[in-house]
Design a binder for this molecule. Structure first.
Ligand SMILES: [Zn+2]
Length: 60
């Protein structure tokens, strides 16, 4: 009897995805790393966390 458990698990996954997709601030993805301008797949804004951190740093 794990149908409800599976449903709960699915809801939690959906919520995780929604949280990760929600970007409260910042620019749209351009196809390039916003910091070092390396080409990136669609939807990515930085090539690595170091670029993201540096970009965030220079925004301030
Ligand atoms: Zn980069």
């Amino acid at each position: 009897m794990d149908i409800s458990d599976k449903a709960t698990e699915r809801e939690e996954q959906d919520r995780d995805i929604a949280l990760h997709q929600r970007k409260p601030e910042g620019p749209a993805a351009t196809g390039q790393c916003l910091y070092c301008e390396d080409p990136l797949p669609p939807g990515k804004r930085w090539c690595c966390t170091a670029c993201r951190d540096d970009w965030e740093f220079i925004q301030k």
